[in-house]
Design a protein around this ligand. Structure first.
Ligand SMILES: [Zn+2]
Length: 331
């Protein structure tokens, strides 16, 4: 279902005092799923007459993840796992305390599929007997990797986020992803160069688009050039974000298929035969590592690190799922 539909369900349940203790929300964690979680928390904590207002101090703190009664737990950066200690200290101990604002408390597990068995079992005990006025949100790209005992204690919601990557960029992305390239540094560099090429074209397209807009608005191009540059770079970042989401969706599709998920959930559905073939050549660990790699890539690009270097480094880490005599598991 779409983000807005899911949010309406929460709003309705909240109004009727029928929120469940725990929800398992699956879909793009860095996209619509993360956004839904923020809005649900704002609904819970905002004190405006028409909550969530999205503008008050509480709503802002919730969005910045600094609100004192919402506890976020996410995988450790290096291991990519949610360990037992973190589960106990950062989530369960906090949830057991009285709410600071005297109302609801919320625990959000980002990447819930990354809980180890022990951490999951520790969590399960609280999930079985949650303190009153507590809401758990478990967010995941890969719900089929969670323990069934956890899943059975949650209400499930699946959020579908259509790919927003427009043509010709979608076709350009597939041109980069679909050719068979054996693993290794050299093909990785070629692929990185192709992606850099697509990004360069995106920059040009953003510039042309913004200049045309400005022309239509004012008939002239004598506006402050700093403002024009800022608009161009904002538009470019939008396009690049869509491209990265398309890229992430590709590797997420491989992971879903590898984990035996229903193929209707794939985003690049028109590429199913190829995706299936490649997924079959990956181990589950490799497929997960690839998704991690693309998420790292997005984070690094957001920090404005040099695109070319980031891409080359990242592609070198990917396992392509294409047979080659030198192919070895690195995940
Ligand atoms: Zn508010």
């Amino acid at each position: 279902m779409q983000l807005d539909t899911a949010f309406d369900l929460f709003r309705h349940a909240h109004r009727q005092g029928r929120l469940a203790h725990a929800y398992l929300i699956s879909g793009p964690v860095r996209g619509a799923v993360g956004e839904l979680a923020i809005r649900v928390l704002q609904l819970l904590f905002c004190r405006a007459a028409k909550a969530p207002c999205g503008m008050c101090d509480i709503c802002r703190q919730v969005r910045e993840r600094t609100w004192a009664d919402a506890f976020w737990l996410k995988p450790e950066l290096k291991s990519r796992r949610i360990g037992t200690e973190a589960m106990r200290e950062k989530l369960l101990a906090e949830i057991a305390q009285t709410s600071l604002a005297g109302g609801w408390k919320a625990g959000i597990v980002v990447g819930a599929d990354r809980m180890g068995v022990e951490a999951a079992n520790v969590f399960l005990k609280t999930l079985e007997e949650p303190p009153p006025q507590t809401l758990f949100l478990l967010l995941t790209d890969a719900p089929q990797l969670l323990l069934p005992t956890i899943v059975s204690r949650c209400q499930r919601l699946e959020i579908d986020e259509p790919l927003t990557l427009e043509e010709p960029w979608r076709a350009r992305l597939l041109d980069v992803l679909t050719p068979a390239t054996p693993p290794g540094p050299l093909p990785a560099m070629v692929t990185a160069a192709r992606l850099v090429d697509v990004l360069a074209n995106m920059k040009d397209a953003a510039e042309a688009e913004v200049k045309q807009e400005i022309k239509a608005e004012s008939g002239l191009l004598d506006e402050d050039s700093d403002i024009i540059d800022a608009r161009i770079s904002a538009r470019y970042r939008e396009l690049r974000t869509d491209l990265l989401r398309g890229l992430l969706a590709w590797y997420r599709d491989l992971l879903l298929l590898r984990a035996g998920c229903a193929p209707e959930q794939a985003r690049h559905r028109e590429q199913l035969p190829l995706l299936r073939e490649r997924a079959a050549r990956l181990t589950l660990a490799q497929a997960m590592a690839n998704v991690d790699g693309v998420e790292d890539l997005s984070r690094q690009l957001e920090r404005s690190l040099p695109e070319e270097a980031v891409l080359a480094y990242w592609l070198d880490r990917l396992v392509s799922g294409v047979p080659a005599p030198t192919a070895r598991a690195t995940g």
